[in-house]
Design a protein around this ligand. Structure first.
Ligand code: SF4
Length: 319
């Protein structure tokens, strides 16, 4: 099973305030219910507060991103106490020490931890735009563009939440594969296990990844590097109801000849009801898994799409 990864082996980086540590400028925290009560049951967090790590006290004066002549600095509103370099250096250090992380949850809007849309001000204190990236977060993401990253606020969206968790587990599966010693055969098997997953996100990417694995004149190292970058980019694309319904129909086609006519009809109706938004993805998938128990298909049972993460997270009940 793809998701049978022990909690102690699945390490996720997180902004310390999101798991209750009172490290914010006002000595408060910003607990994320989903991160603590749900995802936290299945992963081990490694928490970081970059502002405290670079020596800022708790409590402390607020800091913000300030743009001067196209240069962004992170400092107090009056421009004093510039910690830009210190935050970047700490981000680089953490990135180099945490290659084993399988994901990262950043605290939204923070000048240090924000993943995107951080407010940027002029030296005079006027809000210029909301297009900054936290100075610490930027280094973490730059060092490993394939690392699944999200922000606490965005995780309230069921689709984004599901997408993030699925990427974490896929990436960990990949990390385990690399750690076991990568071969062309293992890479091809991995790709075949993700066929329906990729298909539900991006059909073009699925074909391109297949073509990549068929290239003859490429080293295994380069192929693996290009493959995981392509896979993680494809999985970032939101899987729509239409794409899921299309994927479910492909799965049905794979074993429909084994189904009795009433079973085939029931599955078609469920896929259609899902496509129309009448039932969640969980419903047709449960029926497919039920039929797979009756009519086992090894190739399908190994598909990450059917069990991308622990069922207890109930992520496919909401859309
Ligand atoms: S620097 Fe990051 S971890 Fe620390 S309080 Fe701010 S958002 Fe939270």
């Amino acid at each position: 099973m793809i998701h049978s990864i022990d909690k102690k082996d699945l390490h996720i980086g997180i902004s310390a305030c999101l798991i209750g540590e009172k490290v914010r400028f006002d000595a408060s925290n910003k607990p994320s219910n989903f991160c603590i009560k749900e995802l936290g049951q299945h992963v081990t967090y490694k928490s970081f507060c970059p502002e405290v790590a670079v020596g800022l006290p708790i409590p402390r004066p607020t800091i913000r991103q300030i743009k001067t002549d196209n240069l962004i600095s992170v400092a107090r509103p009056d421009g004093t106490g510039d910690v830009t370099e210190a935050l970047s250096a700490y981000g680089k250090k953490v990135a180099s020490m945490t290659k084993h992380l399988s994901g990262y949850v950043f605290c939204a809007k923070s000048p240090s931890c924000g993943m995107e849309r951080v407010k940027v001000y002029s030296p005079e204190g006027n809000a210029l735009a909301s297009d900054g990236i936290g100075a610490f977060a930027k280094e973490i993401m730059l060092a490993n563009p394939s690392l699944p990253c999200e922000e606490n606020g965005r995780l309230n969206d069921p689709l984004i939440r599901e997408n993030f968790v699925a990427r974490i587990y896929a990436y960990k599966h990949w990390q385990n594969l690399v750690a076991s010693g990568l071969t062309k055969h293992k890479l091809t098997t991995f790709h075949s296990q993700y066929k329906y997953t990729v298909m539900s996100h991006d059909l073009v990417a699925y074909k391109k990844l297949g073509q990549l694995l068929a290239s003859a004149d490429m080293s295994l190292e380069l192929m693996a590097e290009t493959y995981i970058a392509g896979l993680m980019a494809a999985l970032k694309i939101k899987a729509t109801r239409k794409m899921h319904a299309n994927t479910l129909a492909h799965i049905q086609g794979y074993f429909s000849k084994h189904l009795k006519s009433n079973e085939r009809q029931e599955l078609c109706q469920q896929i259609d009801a899902y496509r129309k938004g009448l039932i969640p993805l969980f419903a047709p998938l449960t029926l497919i898994k039920h039929y797979l128990l009756q009519y086992p298909k090894d190739y399908l049972s190994k598909q990450a799409y059917l069990s991308p993460y622990p069922d207890e997270l109930r992520l496919r009940y909401a859309y």
